[in-house]
Design a protein around this ligand. Structure first.
Ligand SMILES: NC(=O)c1ccc[n+]([C@@H]2O[C@H](COP(=O)([O-])OP(=O)(O)OC[C@H]3O[C@@H](n4cnc5c(N)ncnc54)[C@H](OP(=O)(O)O)[C@@H]3O)[C@@H](O)[C@H]2O)c1
Length: 281
C-alpha cells in the first residue's frame, strides 16, 4: 500500500491528491445509504481524502451522505462541491453555498465549482466566488465542463485567473480534450479533474483493457484509472459505492503502466487528431 497518495499542485500552490472519490448517484435511495457512507469512509481510511459532490446530486442528498461519512473527521478531507448554473448569480451563489454547507454539516468547502457554463455572466459568478472566499465559506473556486474558449474567457476576467481546476469528462474513450484543452491547462498549471474516469463503469467490461489488465494481474477498471492518473496534472474522481471497488481504485495507484501498455492503449483508444467540442455526461 503506498504510504502517501501522489499529489498535484493547484495554481494556489496547494497540493491535492490525484485520486479522489465521486458521489454522483449517492443519496438517491435510502436503502443504499449505509453502504454509500461506508464506502466513502473506507476510502478515507485508506487515505483518499478528496471527495467530490454537488448540490445537484440527489437534490442535495449526496451532500448529506458525504456529511455522514466525514462526521468527526472534517479536517482530513478536501471537500469539492458545485453550484448549478441556474444558481450562479451573486445572490444565488451565496444562497446555494449556504445550503450546501448546511447539508455538508461544515463551515467551509475547500473547492467550489460552477457545474457547467450557464447564462449568468461569468464575471458575476467569479465575484460571488471571491466574496465567499473572503467570508471564509470556500477556500478555492473552479469550474466544470469548460472548453478551451470558455477558459480563455474566464481567465480574461477580473480575478478569473484565480480558477483552481476545471472538472471535465476524461477517460480512455473520451480523449478529445487532449487536442487543446489539456495542453492549454497544463501550460497554465491548472489541473483537470477527470470525472467518469471508468466511463460510469463501462470500461470495467472492456475486452481491450482486459488484455492489459491480465499482464498486471489487475482489473480492466484499474487499468482505466491507472491511465488517467498517470497523466500530468490530472486528478481522477471515480465513484464507488462497493467496498471492493474502493479497494481496487486505491490499489490502482500502485499500477505502473509500461511503454508497451501506453502504446497498446493508444492503438486501442486513439488520441484526437483534430479539435472536437468538449463532451459532457
Ligand atoms: N462535473 C460534472 O459534470 C460531473 C459529471 C459526472 C460525474 N461527476 C463526478 O465524477 C464522479 C465519477 O464519475 P461517474 O460517477 O459518472 O462515473 P465513474 O466513476 O466512471 O463510474 C462509476 C461507476 O463505476 C463503478 N466502479 C467504480 N469503481 C469500479 C471498479 N474498480 N471496478 C468496476 N466498477 C467500478 C461504480 O460502481 P459502484 O458504485 O457499484 O461501486 C459505478 O457504477 C461522480 O460520482 C461525480 O462526483 C462530475
Amino acid at each position: 500500500m503506498p504510504s502517501t497518495i501522489r499529489t498535484t499542485a493547484l495554481p494556489s500552490g496547494e497540493a491535492v491528491q490525484v485520486l479522489g472519490q465521486g458521489t454522483w448517484k449517492m443519496g438517491e435511495d435510502s436503502r443504499r445509504r449505509v453502504q454509500e457512507v461506508n464506502a466513502l469512509k473506507l476510502g478515507l481510511d485508506l487515505g483518499m481524502t478528496l471527495i467530490d459532490t454537488a448540490e445537484m446530486y440527489a437534490g442535495g442528498g449526496a451532500e448529506e451522505v458525504v456529511a455522514e461519512a466525514i462526521a468527526g473527521r472534517r479536517d482530513e478531507v478536501f471537500l469539492v462541491s458545485k453550484v448549478l448554473p441556474s444558481n450562479a448569480s451573486r445572490a444565488g451563489v451565496r444562497r446555494a453555498c449556504e445550503s450546501s454547507l448546511e447539508r455538508l454539516a461544515t463551515d467551509r468547502i475547500d473547492l467550489y465549482l460552477l457545474h457547467w457554463p450557464g447564462s449568468v455572466p461569468l464575471g458575476e459568478t467569479v465575484e460571488a466566488f471571491e466574496a465567499l472566499k473572503k467570508a471564509g465559506k470556500i477556500r478555492h473556486w473552479g469550474v466544470s465542463n469548460f472548453d478551451t474558449e470558455d477558459m480563455e474567457d474566464l481567465v480574461g476576467l477580473r480575478e478569473g485567473a484565480n480558477v483552481q481546476t476545471n472538472q471535465v469528462l476524461y477517460n480512455l474513450v473520451r480523449r478529445g480534450l487532449e487536442f487543446d484543452l489539456a495542453p492549454w491547462s497544463r501550460q497554465r498549471g491548472i489541473p483537470l479533474m477527470a470525472y467518469s474516469p471508468v466511463e460510469q463503469g463501462a470500461l470495467a467490461h472492456n475486452a481491450r483493457l482486459e488484455t492489459i489488465a491480465t499482464r498486471h494481474n489487475v482489473t480492466a477498471a484499474q487499468i482505466a484509472l491507472a491511465w488517467v492518473i498517470a497523466r500530468d496534472g490530472v486528478i481522477a474522481i471515480p465513484k464507488a459505492s462497493s467496498q471492493e471497488h474502493v479497494r481496487q481504485n486505491f490499489a490502482a495507484l500502485d499500477i505502473r503502466l509500461t511503454e508497451e501498455d501506453f502504446a497498446d492503449l493508444d492503438r486501442a483508444f486513439p488520441p484526437p487528431t483534430r479539435k472536437r467540442g468538449l463532451e459532457m455526461i
